[in-house]
Write a protein that binds this ligand. Structure first.
Ligand code: ZN
Length: 318
């Protein structure tokens, strides 16, 4: 039996797993993504997480048939490099992550886009199984998208699926990508946190940062948002409402263009809010749908926190 490793590199956390031939998870490990330093620190953390997952599975990284890595940024799968990963510390130029991580782990490393691999995993193993076409929407630090059309991944010229950067308001809020009015500028956790910090500094009352401190965090994680909403924190509710509207506007526009069968909602926030979030998204999309009598199914990602890592492991075939 050949074991494979899979790592999902997110803006907040690194999730590593070891799977067998049936994609059953035999071991896992999770670590926070370094917020300071640079690519070297991130690559070391990736190696540590995979080593720990291998240990939990009763093996070592060098015994794996390979390790797949799903990464944000500009991923060149053939060259094994990652560039322009905006949500990672000081990561601009192309870094040969495949080689560097492969050396640290003693096995070969295949790289793919984090959202593409997570969408593929949901399509093959999760909520997307009944469908031939779907849009994966991964609502977390940013908002990523992955497309399956007629049973095949659609990557365009390599950069397709950027649902978070569909423009929902011309000349609108500044997006972490530097442009204006993108959906992510309203719905990405990073952008929402920036807005919350600004408003808090301006004297607006919110429990968001108190909850953050109580949880021992230095940023507004999905669980911090969930708790604030539980407490009906006004600012949190306002920003989340705005996020739903922005996501629904962008996704409905994509549906109008592509007429896909299903939306699969994943990511840290998407999975945390779960079924109510899927229902809310469906409801908010409705007024924007051109074909409003035949809306797409809206499903929550079934593979949860492991989707990205499972999809990454699928990049490796012994
Ligand atoms: Zn943008």
């Amino acid at each position: 039996m050949a074991l494979r490793g899979g790592i999902d590199l997110g803006g907040t956390k690194i999730q590593a797993i070891v799977v067998d031939d049936d994609d059953t998870i035999l071991g896992q490990a999770r670590r926070p993504t370094p917020t300071s330093g640079g690519p070297d620190d991130v690559i070391r953390a990736l190696a540590d997480a995979q080593r720990e997952a291998a240990q939990a599975a009763g093996t070592t990284p060098d015994a794996l048939a390979g390790v797949g890595l799903g990464s944000p940024g500009d991923v060149d799968a053939d060259a094994g490099t990652i560039a322009q990963a905006g949500n990672l510390p000081d990561w601009h130029d192309a870094v040969p992550v495949g080689d560097l991580l492969g050396t640290l782990l003693g096995t070969r490393v295949a790289i793919g886009n984090d959202v593409s691999v997570a969408t593929k995993a949901e399509f093959d193993l999760g909520a997307g199984r009944p469908y031939r076409s779907l849009l994966g929407v991964f609502w977390g630090t940013g908002v990523g998208g992955g497309l399956i059309l007629d049973g095949e991944e659609w990557l365009g010229r390599g950069a397709a699926g950027e649902i978070g950067h569909m423009v929902v308001k011309e000349g609108g809020a500044k997006c972490p990508c530097g442009r204006r009015g993108c959906m992510e500028a309203y719905a990405g956790r990073k952008a929402m946190e920036l807005t919350a910090r600004e408003r808090h500094a301006d004297g607006e009352h919110t429990r968001l940062f108190k909850i953050m401190e109580e949880k021992g965090r230095d940023r507004l994680t999905s669980s911090v948002w969930a708790k604030a909403i539980e407490h009906e924190d006004k600012l949190a509710l306002h920003l989340i409402d705005r996020a739903y509207r922005a996501i629904a506007t962008a996704v409905a526009s994509a549906v109008n263009l592509l007429d896909i069968e299903a939306i699969v909602l994943g990511g840290g926030l998407g999975v945390r809010f779960g079924e109510p979030a899927a229902a809310r998204l469906a409801e908010e999309m409705q007024p924007h749908l051109f074909n409003d009598e035949r809306p797409p199914a809206v499903k929550v990602a079934e593979l949860g926190d492991y989707g990205g890592a499972l999809g990454a492991a699928m990049l490796v075939w012994p």
